[in-house]
Design a protein around this ligand. Structure first.
Ligand code: FES
Ligand code: FE2
Length: 400
């Protein structure tokens, strides 16, 4: 089903490529400029988007085996993701139940017991409190009541979503709106985590706009990527999640082949964004890879940071492949830091001076238009209304 959907999109991209056309939104869209710097709005985004909406926090390949864990800070919440004995994923607030110490330092590793660095209480990967130091001195407590605080989590398509609100009633699968079936075509659960690096950027939406935009590619990236990708994107959306294809005649050799003979790496090409803060793009240096860009607001409305998580289909097993992969990652850090985010940081300095009231998203920038509409809709929705936003049947796809 999902492979058939990918072929349908490829045929559409091919037809646009031949006709020299693209999907266009209905009109030019205007975003009030203060949406990018107003502190009240930024705090609402943290509270109502980042701490209320499921976030793709890790790839399965970062925690592939039983006992593996990943500790990280996401929107100022310290999170611990574990793979338990049964092989399933759990997520917790990375906070000891005794007096609140951070249980595990940020990073990845393997452990069958987490011992608090403050007074040595210990927990298993299921989050159970399994040891209290000097229990007779401490006094009687029911250990069953003092496990780690668990967060809703779901592993799908070799990716892991966590909601940073332990009370959340939002069904993560429903939020994914069927998009995970498309992402599953990569087979990420069989891929390998090669490297992660971090880039500092401007306001998270200024930064994220760039991942939804091919319009800038042959201009801003003329000296790095070059101009061969072109400046036209076709936007395909499932719920709030948007895939960027493009008018592309390169699908022509496959058009008369049966569905199962279209090469999967071509079918999943383009950019896969996951609302509200992920972009996945494919590369080939050192072997087939993806860069998962994971954006988070920084300490102020003017800042963000992006974890670039590199997954490779195969471990680069020669020195040459390893060198090429490393060069690929360095190149992408350079492009994002010195082209995209350097532009965004300078742009950010213009926003609050009062020279303009709005910024514009053209008919050719429908992905950005949809993203900002979704941000607005989620900010406006009460906790009760929130699940209804994602109740579109999974196979109902919208374009433009
Ligand atoms: S805060 Fe963790 S053992 Fe005391
Ligand atoms: Fe860019």
């Amino acid at each position: 089903m999902s492979r058939a959907q990918l072929i349908e999109l490829a045929r559409r991209d091919l037809a646009h490529g031949r006709a020299r056309t693209m999907d266009l939104a209905e009109d030019v869209y205007r975003v009030p400029i203060e949406h990018y710097y107003d502190r009240g709005r930024w705090e609402a985004e943290l509270r109502k988007i980042f701490r209320r909406i499921p976030l793709m926090l890790a790839a399965s390949a970062e925690v592939p085996t039983v006992g593996d864990y990943k500790a990280m800070t996401a929107a100022d919440v310290q999170v611990l993701i574990t793979r338990t004995k049964s092989g399933e994923i759990k997520a917790f607030v990375n906070m000891c139940s005794h007096r609140g110490a951070k249980l595990v330092e940020d990073g990845t590793g393997n452990a069958h017991r987490f011992t608090c660095p403050y007074h040595a209480w210990s927990y298993n990967p299921d989050g159970d409190l399994i040891g209290v130091y000097s229990p007779n001195d401490f006094g009687a407590i029911d250990k069953r009541c003092y496990g780690l605080t668990e967060l809703p989590a779901l592993e799908r398509a070799g990716l892991i979503w966590v909601t940073l609100d332990q009370e959340s009633k939002l069904d993560i699968a429903q939020f994914l709106s069927g998009y995970d079936e498309l992402l599953a075509q990569f087979g990420f659960e069989r891929w390998h985590h090669q490297h992660t690096q971090t880039v500092q950027g401007p306001n998270w939406k200024v930064a994220y706009d760039g991942y939804l935009d091919y319009y800038h590619l042959p201009i801003l990236h003329r000296n790095s990527f070059g101009t061969e990708i072109g400046n036209k994107a076709n936007y395909y959306s499932w719920g709030p999640h948007t895939h960027l294809g493009r008018p592309d005649e390169a699908f022509a050799p496959y058009e008369h082949l049966p569905d199962d003979q279209w090469p999967i790496e071509k079918l999943v090409s383009g950019v896969w964004t996951i609302f509200p803060h992920i972009s996945i793009a494919s590369f080939t240096g050192g072997g087939r890879s993806v860069m998962i860009s994971q954006l988070f607001p920084g300490d102020s409305p003017e800042t963000s940071y992006t974890n670039q998580i590199f997954l490779m289909e195969k471990v680069p097993n020669t020195e040459e492949l390893e060198r090429d992969a490393k060069a690929q990652f360095e190149f992408l850090k350079h492009v994002v830091q010195n082209e995209d985010y350097a532009t965004g940081i300078a742009l950010q300095k213009n926003l609050h001076v009062g020279a303009k009231t709005h910024v514009l998203f053209g008919k050719n920038e429908g992905g950005g238009q949809r993203f900002h509409r979704w941000v607005d809709a989620i900010l406006e929705a009460s906790d009760e209304e929130l699940p209804k936003l994602f109740s579109t049947p999974s196979n109902e796809r919208s374009t433009g």
